[in-house]
Design a protein around this ligand. Structure first.
Ligand code: NAD
Length: 538
């Protein structure tokens, strides 16, 4: 099984393949940009090449240290220590502003790792799709008799993460219209089979949606346009969608959000010539954009912020009511996080889709009563195309993640899979992220902004033998808004991998449940009791 290895072992080789993969499925690999406007896999190409070289040279018992996308050295540790530890884009509080970030970035001193770009865990739009699907499903349960058929969802942004929206909406049964300013992104999502149709005009788009609603058929339509223009126009026509959201890169006013009236070329030019004007005009556009979202909300639409900081930006633009829009985590996902259920993922390092299919079969057999997971796996295997290395996401919880990872490790050991499998998760997971405007908004105990939790999460993974551990903070418009932690553990079929997976996976969800138990959430307190998690209530 070690044939084809370029590194000295599977742990190092796995991380190299994960790095190659984030670029293979990324949005703009030539600039090392993976997703979320400016989330990068490495600081620059020399840093990237040095990371690759070092991974190939690393012996067991050595650890590479990466600082904001640049490898700074190798230290002797021990065979149970991580292969790679990283700290990406962490800036001391008072200095953590967008302006300082861009200045440091220009000097080549820092880069933003997004959540899963800088630590090589991104798996394309498929990584966020179940999360988006679960949000739509919760909305269906709560507002539409558990059925989104015949319902109109309006949203925007078909980038790396936003590209999951049309497929997630369609899988949930809705007729979904996505506004996107860049026609190349529309084409890419059609090629990837995440989006069905490209509309020729707003009239055409609305007619397709109306038709799908009347037939109660799931349907996804992309329309080239600027959301700050198209949303107000739809509102002006008195057409009120059932659900409204947005996943443009509103968090980043230089590399992400495209202001109304701007072409892509205008944005590129102003980035260099007059970034202050670009930011001003971006904010003004977001003001219009969010005012229209509030208009839809006032007329009955279910409106939510899908984690792109658009309300925060709108507030800066003077939209006083922006925070009347609910955040998706608090509104729909927190009850799952309280039980340690979150976006768990695995990646077939063999590049063989058959490995994922075998793991799918195992999951369906092993967790027959877990409706969230069995429903998702059945949908995903039929409808979600693989991008890059075949991978799967499934919202598994405490204990189940460990059970799966250990079983897969045995499948690798017994030669049932073609190669080892990497286990990882999104940073947006129970104990792994502090972001007071996204993940930790309105916590019961008011601990929204305390970032001890992701730091503890990373230290815990280092103490639990994980293979890669990363601490990230926000860059661009996210500067000063977030801290999070990432982890990867490789199931290479060995006994030590079994120990790594058991400790890391179990302690990850334990800490997540403790975080919410500590904040006083009854579900988390109940889960801690049920699962014999040694939370210390005070
Ligand atoms: P991306 O940069 O790859 O794509 C953003 C897209 O928005 C681009 O295609 C861009 O052309 C389009 N766009 C920008 N301004 C527009 C406008 N005014 N009108 C129409 N289209 C416009 O980013 P991404 O990876 O898709 O992420 C999108 C946002 O979602 C980011 O802010 C990201 O941080 C956030 N995000 C949320 C979650 C979550 O869990 N909910 C996960 C990942 C990312």
């Amino acid at each position: 099984m070690s044939a084809g290895l370029r590194c000295k072992g599977w742990r190092q080789e796995a991380l190299l393949r994960m790095l190659e993969n984030v670029l293979a499925v990324g949005e703009n690999p030539k600039d090392l940009v993976v997703y979320a406007a400016f989330g990068k896999a490495a600081r620059n190409w020399p840093a990237h090449d040095a990371i690759v070289r070092t991974l190939m040279e690393l012996e067991d018992g050595e650890t590479m240290i990466v600082q904001s996308g640049k490898p700074i050295g190798v230290i002797r540790t021990h065979v149970h220590a991580p292969v790679v530890i990283m700290a990406n884009c962490n800036v001391v509080g008072q200095w953590a502003t967008a302006e300082n970030f861009y200045a440091l970035e220009k000097k080549g001193l820092i880069c933003w790792g997004g959540l899963t770009a800088g630590d090589w865990q991104y798996i394309g739009s498929q990584g966020v799709i179940q999360g988006t699907y679960e949000i739509f499903s919760r909305i269906a349960e709560r507002h539409f008799d558990n059925d989104l058929r015949g319902r109109f969802v309006l949203t925007a942004g078909l980038g790396g993460m936003g590209g999951a929206q049309p497929l997630a909406g369609r899988l949930a049964g809705a007729a979904i219209l996505v506004i996107e300013a860049d026609p190349a992104r529309i084409e890419r999502r059609i090629e990837d089979r995440y989006l069905q149709h490209r509309a020729a005009s707003l009239d055409d788009a609305l007619a397709r949606i109306r038709d799908a609603q009347a037939r109660k058929e799931p349907c996804s339509v992309g329309l080239e346009g600027n959301a700050a223009d198209v949303y107000p126009e739809i509102l002006r026509r008195g057409i009120i969608p059932d659900v409204v959201s947005d996943q443009t890169s509103a968090h980043d006013l230089i590399y992400g959000y495209i202001p109304s009236g701007y072409s892509l070329a205008d944005v590129r030019r102003l980035r260099e010539d007059d970034p202050a004007k670009l930011m001003r005009d971006g904010l003004a556009s977001i003001g219009k954009h969010v005012t229209a979202m509030l208009g839809f909300m006032d007329r009955g639409s279910v409106v939510f912020d899908n984690g792109n900081l658009i309300r925060t930006q709108a507030k800066k633009a003077g939209v006083e009511r922006a925070f009347e829009i609910q955040i998706f985590t608090e509104a729909f996902l927190r009850p799952l996080f309280c039980r340690g259920i979150g976006p768990f993922r695995w990646v077939a390092l063999s590049n063989d889709p058959e490995d994922i299919r075998k793991i799918d079969d195992f999951v369906l057999e092993r967790f027959p009563d877990n409706r969230i997971v069995t429903n998702w796996i059945a949908l995903a295997r039929e409808h979600v195309p693989f991008q890059g290395l075949p991978a799967r996401i499934a919202w598994l919880g405490h204990g189940d993640r460990t059970a799966l990872a250990v079983a897969v490790n045995e499948m690798v050991r017994d030669g049932k899979l073609a190669a080892p499998v990497a286990f990882t998760r999104d940073h947006l997971d129970a104990g792994a992220m502090t972001h007071p405007n996204i993940m930790t908004e309105n916590l019961k105990d008011g601990s929204d902004a305390i970032s001890d939790w992701p730091l503890l999460n990373a230290m815990m993974h280092c103490s639990s033998m994980a293979d890669l551990v990363a601490i990230h903070s926000g860059g661009g418009g996210y500067s000063g808004y977030m801290t999070s932690a990432g982890v990867t553990v490789v199931a290479d079929g060995t006994e030590t991998a079994r120990q790594r997976l058991t400790l890391s996976m179990t302690n990850d969800t334990s800490l997540g449940i403790m975080r919410y138990a500590d904040a006083g959430y009854p579900d988390a307190l109940d889960e801690a009791r049920r699962s014999a998690i040694r939370h210390i209530p005070l």
